[in-house]
Write a protein of this length. Structure first.
Length: 133
């Protein structure tokens, strides 16, 4: 029992951060649908608790507006390195198994949806592209 307690209590990222992370979604205009594969759809403003194990491509769409695709990357959660000081390899294994070693970025997604027929990003006029200063 003591070995099991040491094994579980040494998983720092699992204890501090958890295996899921809250990611919030906002859009202008609000009320857009947010689609993340494997999760229920939500409307903006809204949030989902996503597994820290994976990276995602979020689709945000609203009728009359261009769809936006936003990547959410799984980066390293540096809290997991506390295991080296406290518990070592067993804690790292628990954090790796349950996904707590990951950190999702960005954790807040805010998009401006462009109406269909308008360009979504900044544009450069042809006569400005070759101007030297």
């Amino acid at each position: 029992m003591a070995a099991f307690s040491a094994f579980v209590s040494s998983s720092c990222a699992t204890i501090i951060s958890g295996a899921r992370q809250r990611v919030t979604f906002e859009s202008e205009p609000s009320g857009a649908w947010v689609h993340v594969e494997g999760y229920p759809d939500v409307r903006t403003p809204g949030s989902l608790y996503l597994s820290r194990k994976n990276s995602y491509v979020v689709r945000i769409e609203q009728s009359g507006y261009q769809e936006q695709r936003i990547p959410i990357a799984c980066d390293l959660n540096y809290v997991a390195f506390l295991n080296i000081l406290i518990g070592g390899i067993p804690g790292l294994l628990v954090d790796a198994f349950d996904g707590a070693m990951g950190e999702l970025k960005p954790e807040a997604v805010n998009v401006n949806l462009a109406p269909i027929g308008e360009l979504a990003g900044p544009t450069k006029r042809a006569d400005e592209s070759n101007v030297s200063q």
